[in-house]
Design a protein around this ligand. Structure first.
Ligand code: SAH
Ligand code: SF4
Ligand code: F3S
Length: 437
């Protein structure tokens, strides 16, 4: 048998890209490729790109620049560009970078093996009607006990700053039965923790026979799968948190006490300009209801500072909202104008103003994150071991609240779900001791 060909995939962007990269690796695996962890010596390099902010998309062209030398040494090497920059820039990438052999948009991954076999340059950025995942092989290669599972893709919200509705297309939900089959398959391979993914995951409405299921209904069904111990979902929009989903956080012990619920800003005028369709008051009331259902839930969010026209007072309102909620975790970004979005038409704030605001925002969020970590000390939590630690006899896993936890446990195995008492909080992780079962 011929030596297997080597495939290196570099992944940028959100968890959906991580999931897609795994699926693409498997599709290529069926075509005789094995995954390697460096571009050096690879027969094919695939860059799975992100277009969300300017800096994210620029990485593609610097990566391609570096690949030029490898391609000169090995002209047979295939170079592919996938993901959201592939969708947004399409044929422009082939023109600008002749060393690229193929450009494949996020909805066309099932065509990747065929494109890789074709001579010359090829491109596919269509939005086909069929579910791309149906045409991809079943998931086999798994790296650990926690996995992502995409249930919904695309977005119809059109926030004024965001490229996702253009790069990922309209909201589409996968049918319930396919998701359940994929979940059972993952559990049969040792997965115990599944995070359901969607750009707008709580807008999920998938078909089950002739009924339309919500995300809450899907979660309730998945909670019945034996051997599946933990469920999470991301990313949600505040306007799609329906009563049943909030109630599920109280009813389902397997639904972990962590929720990522981006708010973006604490100013109603800015939220309106962002086309978010919720107010700060709506958000605060929603948080109250979620906390009533699950008091120990850890809340996470996304923030954008320096949106066009944001005043100092409006920025301070975002700080006020953060103080009012108390986030255990958060991601924050400086506004980045994206070509083709409505906000990109408006004049930008001076960079130093946005930089200073981002620093102040991150200082506050950092304080809250540390406070949330310190508050875990003394508490008993579940930890799912994902890998050995750097020290002998140490295991690292994720807590129910998604904190990384280091545990000295010389008999611990990857995939064990254990009870742990948290004993200390460091800057980015916790330490704990294993409790008897
Ligand atoms: N679907 C999710 C997240 C989409 S992208 C949601 O509705 O919130 C992840 C985060 O990137 C967004 O929440 C937002 O905070 C940030 N983001 C998106 N576009 C951006 C832009 N043009 N500039 C800066 N940050 C942006
Ligand atoms: Fe982008 Fe808004 Fe859709 Fe989130 S909800 S993906 S921020 S358009
Ligand atoms: Fe980036 Fe596309 Fe995800 S733009 S954040 S990779 S949906």
């Amino acid at each position: 048998m011929a030596d297997p060909k080597k495939l290196f995939i570099k992944t940028y962007g959100c968890q959906m890209n991580v999931y897609d990269s795994e699926r693409m690796a498997e599709a290529m695996g069926a075509d005789g490729y094995v995954s390697v962890d460096s571009a050096e010596g690879a027969d094919m390099v695939l860059i799975n790109t992100c277009h969300i902010r300017e800096k994210a998309s620029e990485k593609l062209y610097s990566d391609l620049g570096r690949l030029r030398k490898l391609k000169a040494e090995n002209p047979a090497m295939k170079i592919g560009v996938a993901g959201c920059v592939a969708q947004a820039e399409g044929a422009e990438i082939l023109r600008r970078m002749p060393l690229v052999d193929l450009v494949v948009g996020p909805q066309a991954y099932h065509r990747l093996p065929e494109m890789a076999r074709a001579p010359g340059q090829s491109i596919d950025t269509d939005f086909p009607l069929e579910d791309k995942f149906d045409a991809l092989p079943e998931r086999k290669a798994l790296r650990g006990p926690a996995a992502f599972l995409t249930v919904q893709e695309g977005c119809d919200k059109f926030c004024a700053f965001c490229v996702v509705p253009y790069t990922r297309g309209a909201e589409v939900s996968r049918p319930v039965e396919r998701i359940l089959t994929e979940a059972r398959g993952l559990v049969a391979r040792g997965v115990r923790d599944i995070t359901l993914l969607g750009q707008n995951v709580n807008a999920y409405h998938g078909m089950m026979q002739d009924q339309d299921w919500t995300l809450a209904r899907l979660l309730r069904e998945m909670a019945q799968i034996d051997g599946l111990e933990r469920l999470r979902y991301t990313t949600s929009h505040p306007n799609d948190m329906d009563n049943d989903l909030i109630a599920a956080h109280g009813d389902l012990p397997k639904l972990m006490p962590y929720l990522h619920l981006p708010v973006q800003s604490g100013s109603d005028r800015i939220l309106k300009a962002m086309n978010r369709k919720h107010s700060t008051e709506d958000y605060l009331r929603l948080i109250e209801r979620i906390r009533a259902a699950r008091p120990d839930i850890l809340l996470s969010s996304d923030f954008i500072v320096g949106f066009p026209g944001e005043t100092e007072a409006e920025f301070e309102q975002t700080l006020d909202l953060i103080r009012a909620v108390g986030f255990g975790m958060a991601y924050s970004f400086k506004y980045s104008a994206r070509p083709g979005t409505p906000a990109a038409e408006k004049p930008e704030l001076p960079a130093d103003v946005s930089d200073a605001r981002l620093q102040r925002l991150q200082a506050l969020l950092g304080e809250q994150q540390r406070a949330a970590q310190s508050a875990m000390v003394g508490r008993e939590v579940g930890v799912l071991y994902e890998k050995p630690g750097r020290q002998e006899g140490q295991m690292i896993g994720k807590s129910d609240h998604l904190h990384a936890v280091h545990v000295n446990d010389s008999t611990g195995q990857i995939g064990d779900l254990v009870r742990v008492r948290i004993t200390a909080a460091a800057s980015n992780s916790l330490a704990g001791e294993r409790l008897p079962a």
